[in-house]
Design a protein around this ligand. Sequence first.
Ligand SMILES: Cc1ncc(COP(=O)(O)O)c(C=O)c1O
Length: 407
Amino acid sequence: MTASLTEKQHGVRELARAEERTAHNYHPLPVVVAHAEGAWMTDVDGRRFLDLLAGYSALNFGHSHPALVAAAHAQLDKLTLTSRAFVHDQFADFCAALGDLCGKDLVLPMNTGAEAVETAIKVARKWGYEVKGVPADQATIIVASGNFHGRTTTIVGFSDDPDARDGFGPFSPGFVTVPYGDLEALEAAIDATTVAVLIEPIQGEGGVVIPPEGYLRGVREACTRENVLFAADEIQAGLGRTGRTFACDHEGVVPDIYILGKALGGGIVPVSAIVADRDILGVLKPGQHGSTFGGNPLACAVGHEVVDMLATGDFQRRAEELGELLRTRLEAMVGHGVLAVRVRGLWAGIDIDPSVGTGRQVCEALMARGVLAKDTHGSTIRLAPPLVISAEDLEWGLDQLAEVVGT
Ligand SMILES: Cc1ncc(COP(=O)(O)O)c(C=O)c1O
């Protein structure tokens, strides 16, 4: 920053530079963050913001959690990458710990969420051909309307969001879409070619859409009955966010394949994985799938610390307790600038009354008051505060929201 530039101009200049030299595939709020700790972020001009998005749940443990930063630092000094051509000393422990957390035999680490979803699709198809006996190239996977599983061409091909999908075809065949939450429709869609049902136990990007009670149990029963794999995309919903380790836990349901990402990397490195038993993940043989960075030493060191932190149950309990506060406060806003709220643990979708403004306008007004949140689908705001947020800070953030929407 030059001496003549005021502090205010610094942020403005950085925004303009970012706009000028990047593809415009995002429409970020106009804030340039330089530092963050716990639930608070500080911008380049020294203004502080309460983070109520937590990197779409990638920062469940908050910014710069000391244990995670320590694990990363320690590993950085020792070994960062081998590729999977060689085995490194962090690999087995991480996979065993994550497998134990999920109650499953095997772990296949990747990097991003979309890669993990792609991995689950490949494994389910291969299982379908080799174990279930589906004729070659006939495998189908049932997905839900309103889904969000990532941005690869295969995945956007079975999205029903025109922004995600239009202009990116042709798409991979083999996906059947049924309405989310409709068990009968799902059961009716299963046939001899069905290898998997791929759903989010709660749809995050869709606006924190919680399916009707009993839906996940019904999906589990249908999959078991019909010899179909239940692949649960817990990338955003899992790892403590909802007050349980997995969102499926709320219905006491264990899927065949857990798909994990976001918080698994502790907000430090991209770490994703699929976790399943040997009879499923065992279908992969050398050369059939991989990733240069998947399961690298740094990722495993951080991911292992994440798993150890979750194994205490403290973060899940915190999400559940603070979630009650979140629910009480948000429900009081219904009818006062808010049309509806959906809350599970420390995670909420808030439908803003259009007379108040768009979701984006509400987020901009929140930003002006020092709170960062993000809109989705026009009129919905998603709140996913770091699970380490204090009750006082959460209350303060919700006070700002209440004032912005006019209660
Ligand atoms: C449920 C779900 N699945 C998959 C993804 C894709 O993850 P990534 O952005 O790491 O590829 C996301 C990201 O928001 C998600 O919410």
